[in-house]
Write a protein that binds this ligand. Structure first.
Ligand code: ZN
Length: 95
């Protein structure tokens, strides 16, 4: 028996399934799986936010903040993002 409510649920399921959206934990944008580059537990990070997320959670960030220059940073593909993030941290602490 197809009650109107059941049909509604059915349509809802079909309209959601093909493009399941993930909500980015940083920017809050709903993005398709192809735009998701990082998932850990409840944390979902979209392609756009990943450099920011990576930099902020980098194990070497603290060392760079105290003036060290860990060797791994030389190879980091987000070095530029890290530079500007560190610059913004230092700027805000001095101001
Ligand atoms: Zn995002």
């Amino acid at each position: 028996m197809l009650t109107p409510q059941y049909v509604k649920i059915l349509i809802g399921a079909f309209s959601v399934l093909p493009v399941k959206l993930f909500r980015c934990s940083l920017c809050g944008a709903e993005v398709p799986f192809s735009e998701v580059v990082y998932i850990k537990g409840n944390v979902v990070i979209c392609r756009r936010c990943f450099p920011t997320y990576y930099v902020k959670n980098c194990a070497f960030l603290r060392r760079r903040l105290i003036g060290e220059n860990p060797q791994a940073c030389s190879f980091c593909q987000f070095r530029k993002n890290c530079d500007s993030y560190i610059a913004s941290l230092k700027g805000s602490s001095e101001a």
